[in-house]
Design a protein around this ligand. Structure first.
Ligand code: HAS
Ligand code: CU
Length: 560
């Protein structure tokens, strides 16, 4: 009987939907992500208005007693920590399962990942909203938050570990049935991304558990500022590739198909990803060029390796543009550049993601300027850096995630996108808004305008800042309008979209595909080992020095 019952149950599940869990998890994560983005984005508007002398923090005093700095904390935490992390966990859960063509090994663990992260988010949200954690998303001591802020954020991070465990279990089960096949590209990339991320989080986990949490709960009297900052950037740099790589997964494995063509080279795509695994973590000190107490030698070494991690993005540049060119020509496009016009510019999912790529080309170029030791001295702590990361995380990543949503939400709900026109308007508004915003933030930075400063209230505003600031406001408002269009379109799709059979997930084939992939580019351990060795070399001496000379006696400050 039991034997009979089992296949019947399986058949029923097959008919219902093998991927029902993954789809719900993706849906819920995306919902949390965009709620965060909505509130976080609103805080961005308050900032840019304040810069231009329109101070809405005063009338909002009852809700935001910490004013600009509480708003900035919400902006950073919600946009770059909450939005990204939840979206990524949802997207990778779904896309890896689809790529393996099997549900994740443990449904229970998949749900546990989500619940644990949400619990962490709620725990961290309370002190932020009560103005007890106005320390911004980098939470550098001596700024001190309520202990539950650190505890909650740690839980969000720890929650993500379970996705890696689940992916590895799924991979093993898949491998048993497919001993000779190459791991499907999107699944391989998802595991590489999560592995890199888990190694990357050693820094922040150590900072939280040994320094900040005991300090915030009063178990130890003080902390060491430089060690805390170094541990933060140990994670704080590679976190940017944790945000970026899921966007790259879309650009490599989905966008070529959406464009009407094929991925140019799968082996090259894999080289890019394994290089990210090896090179992302050992380079955080390029955020600390101006910190005293870290040897120039290690600053130089981290600079050299940062230039190294530029390379897998250049490979991506080449591979993605070659794929687009192939698509353009397959659609009848011709000429040196005229093929560009043959691409499906009327499809919001495609257009949004290509705009993300375009903006990223400029953000990437700015990145190498930040990384150069002596140029960094000019731009560090100025609004140039805000310009840089709005092109990277705010465009390459956020805009790509919106682009993915344009096909994923219809796929999950079985309803057509509510309005293609609104989707396209959204993409163009973001492109134009971001060009204005980021260009003028970069320029203001070159004119010495500091970042994270309440410029609207500063007594030292230079005439040239006054000239440039209004453009950041126009850009910011255009981006906000774009985000509103996106939210309306997504909600209307869910509630009022025309019912339709979901299309297939648009996985692209490759011109040079799995058959050309050498065995080593389908392995994990050599690259994990490479990463760990480089981390030990690039961080070992500095961390040893900082721990052994640390003076854990700095008391906390909560100025706002
Ligand atoms: Fe960065 C600071 C260096 C990439 C995010 N970065 C930040 C901060 C954030 C951030 C949030 O070295 C501020 C943190 C804070 O609060 O203090 N960054 C780099 C370098 C890269 C880089 C070298 N950053 C990113 C990415 C981010 C991100 C990605 C988020 C997702 N960054 C720095 C440095 C600092 C820094 C210093 C510290 C500055 C300071 O002083 O504080 C590189 O990885 C970039 C490589 C990218 C490229 C572009 C490739 C282009 C592609 C698209 C091609 C397709 C096209 C489409 C153009 C080389 C792949 C064509 C279309 C057709 C139709 C044909
Ligand atoms: Cu960095």
């Amino acid at each position: 009987m039991a034997v009979m019952a089992r296949p019947r149950g399986m058949v029923r599940e097959e008919v219902v939907d093998r991927f029902a869990t993954e789809k719900s998890i993706a849906g819920w994560n995306i919902l949390v992500a965009f709620l965060a983005l909505a509130l976080g984005g609103l805080m961005g508007v308050l900032q840019v208005l304040q810069y231009n002398g329109i101070d809405l923090y005063r009338p909002l005093k009852a809700i935001l007693p910490g004013g600009y700095y509480q708003g900035l904390t919400l902006h950073g935490v919600l946009n770059v920590l909450v939005f990204t992390t939840f979206y990524i966990i949802g997207f990778l859960t779904f896309i890896a399962a689809k790529a393996f063509d099997r549900p994740l090994a443990s449904k229970g663990m998949a749900w546990f990942t989500f619940y644990f992260m949400v619990a962490g988010l709620l725990i961290a949200a309370v002190p932020i909203l009560l103005n007890r954690a106005t320390v911004m998303f980098t939470f550098y001591p001596p700024l001190k938050a309520n202990g539950f802020y650190y505890l909650g954020l740690t839980m969000v991070v720890v929650g993500t570990y379970f996705l890696l465990v689940n992916l590895v279990m799924t991979y093993r089960a898949w491998r048993k049935e497919n001993p000779a096949a190459k791991t499907p590209l999107a699944a391989y990339m998802s595991i590489i991304t999560m592995t890199m991320w888990v190694i990357a989080t050693f820094g922040i986990a150590t900072e939280m558990i040994f320094l900040l949490i005991p300090w915030a709960f009063g178990l130890v009297p003080g902390t060491d500022v430089l060690l805390a900052r170094t541990l933060f950037w140990f994670t704080g740099h590679p976190i940017v590739y944790f945000w970026l790589l899921p966007a790259y997964i879309s650009w490599y494995t989905l966008v070529p198909k959406q464009a009407g063509g094929k991925l140019f080279s799968e082996p090259m795509a894999r080289v890019s990803f394994v290089l990210f695994l090896v090179l992302s973590v050992p380079i955080g000190i390029h955020h600390q060029y101006t910190d005293p107490g870290i040897s120039q030698i290690w600053k130089l070494v981290h600079f050299i390796f940062t230039v190294g991690v530029f390379f897998p993005s250049l490979l991506t540049f080449f591979n993605v543009v070659a794929s687009l060119e192939h698509a353009g020509r397959s659609r009848g496009g011709e000429g040196w550049l005229a093929w560009i016009f043959a691409l499906p510019w009327k499809e919001p999912s495609f257009t949004t993601q290509v705009f993300a790529m375009l903006l990223f080309a400029f953000g990437g170029a700015g990145g190498v300027i930040n990384a150069s030791y002596n140029l960094n001295l000019v731009v560090h702590n100025t609004s140039w850096i805000s310009g840089h990361f709005h092109l990277t995380v705010g465009s390459a990543v956020a805009l790509t995630f919106m682009g993915i949503t344009y096909w994923l939400v219809p796929y999950l709900t079985g309803r057509a996108l509510w309005s293609k026109g609104l989707g396209l308007a959204q993409a163009w508004l973001w492109l134009i808004g971001m060009i204005l915003f980021s260009h003028f933030m970069h320029m203001l930075g070159l004119h010495g305008m500091p970042r994270r400063t309440m410029i609207g209230a500063a007594p030292y505003v230079l005439p040239e800042w006054k000239l440039l600031l209004p453009f950041t406001m126009i850009g910011g408002l255009l981006m906000f309008t774009s985000a509103l269009c996106f939210l309306v379109n997504t909600l209307m799709t869910i509630y009022a979209g025309r019912r339709e059979e979901p299309a297939e997930v648009p996985f692209a084939k490759a011109l040079s595909g799995p058959e050309d992939v050498p065995a080593v580019l389908d392995r994990f351990w050599p690259w994990v080992l490479g990463s760990l060795v480089l981390v030990a070399i690039n961080y070992g001496p500095t961390l040893y020095f900082l721990v052994s000379t640390g003076r854990f006696n700095i008391p906390g400050l909560s100025p706002w």
